[in-house]
Design a protein around this ligand. Sequence first.
Ligand SMILES: Nc1nc2c(ncn2[C@@H]2O[C@H](COP(=O)(O)OP(=O)(O)OP(=O)(O)O)[C@@H](O)[C@H]2O)c(=O)[nH]1
Length: 197
Amino acid sequence: MNTIILAGGKSSRMGQNKALMRIGGIRVIDRIAAELGPESDRMIVIADDPALYEHMDAVLLEDAPDFKGQGPLAGIYTGLKEAGDGPCLIVACDMPFVSARLGCELVSILKRNDRDAVVPIHEDRLHPLFAAYDARAAETAKETLMDGKRSVKALLDRIDVEYFTIQGESDAVWNMNTMEEYIQAAKLAGRGDGNDL
Ligand SMILES: Nc1nc2c(ncn2[C@@H]2O[C@H](COP(=O)(O)OP(=O)(O)OP(=O)(O)O)[C@@H](O)[C@H]2O)c(=O)[nH]1
């Protein structure tokens, strides 16, 4: 599978680039790459400033020029287009505890049932930024953006999606947007006092 990490956006609630914040001493984006890399044929990072990620074993791209900075859907479109065909795992760069096992499960359902996307649901919330997409959804993502719709939900409304409920407790789709959530993540990672700050 292709793993596509979304690392654009403003991080305005956090006030700094979430991808580069350290949890358990390791930058979040590097944690994600370490977890998902072994399962990935190719890793693609879509960022505003790709130079920040040159240390990674990944294809580094900016959002497609027509949709630059238009939110996660712009990154999804750019990543799926680069992937060309086949299954892709989309992952936001602010998810410190992603699970390769869950990612592989989503991709295997995608392949088995020939869906355009398989999106997890956890505690009644959709998580389309840790989800499997077939690269063929790129065209619909582009049309959605061209129609002026920027929400990922608008894409999901137009493609064949299977929803997968995550049972029980899980940190795999947990993401951090604020400093409070970052402190919580540092604690969850076992540092006790959030002393990565
Ligand atoms: N490639 C790309 N990724 C994006 C863009 N906007 C957000 N993302 C990514 O999408 C994920 C979710 O982003 P959000 O938390 O909704 O937005 P954000 O801009 O990072 O943060 P806020 O400014 O606090 O809303 C993160 O992985 C972001 O890096 C964008 O325009 N392009």
